[in-house]
Design a protein around this ligand. Structure first.
Ligand code: FES
Ligand code: FES
Length: 158
């Protein structure tokens, strides 16, 4: 049975039909053709599919599209302001925290949500915020550097 989802995605009203069994990740990638959110494990283990859903980071692969009806969602496509990257995106580039890039959209969404909550995250805040994100390439040190750099830039300390 198909039904219609009405949601606000990246500040735009979206209305599209979906099936009861469709995941939110499939809805974003296949129905809306928003491929920035990555499909990796598809079991809620890796964080590659992280989006901000009603202000909180979630794994979209284990969330039903049906749950998005009436929701406010931000995906990686919604972070940049025109040609200007979000501070978290720029910090990942500037610190070399991107290698294959597969994990990167998910990390960036988790970090953006963290920095929305707190301007000066502690080491524990950072560990907790990205505990659901897995990177197979960078060894994490550069990702942590990127998070500190983004926090400093957003709060005017750098
Ligand atoms: Fe969703 Fe891995 S693809 S958590
Ligand atoms: Fe390759 Fe993170 S940059 S998995």
């Amino acid at each position: 049975m198909s039904f219609t989802i009405n949601a606000t995605i990246n500040d735009k009203k979206v209305s599209a039909s979906t099936e009861a069994s469709t995941s939110l990740l499939e809805f974003l990638r296949d129905t809306l053709e928003m491929k920035g959110t990555k499909l990796c494990c598809n079991t809620g283990e890796c964080g590659a599919c992280t989006i901000i859903f009603n202000g909180k980071p979630i794994n979209s692969c284990v969330t039903l599209a049906a749950d998005a009806d009436g929701a406010t969602i931000t995906t990686i496509e919604g972070l940049a302001d025109g040609a200007n990257l979000h501070a978290v995106q720029q910090a990942f580039i500037d610190t070399g925290a991107v290698q294959c890039g597969y994990c990167t959209p998910g990390y960036i969404m988790s970090v953006a949500a963290l920095l929305d909550r707190t301007a000066k995250p502690t080491a524990e805040d950072i560990e907790e915020a990205v505990s659901g994100n897995i990177c197979r390439c960078t060894g994490y040190a550069k990702i942590v550097d990127a998070i500190h750099l983004a926090a400093d830039r957003l709060s005017g300390r750098a």
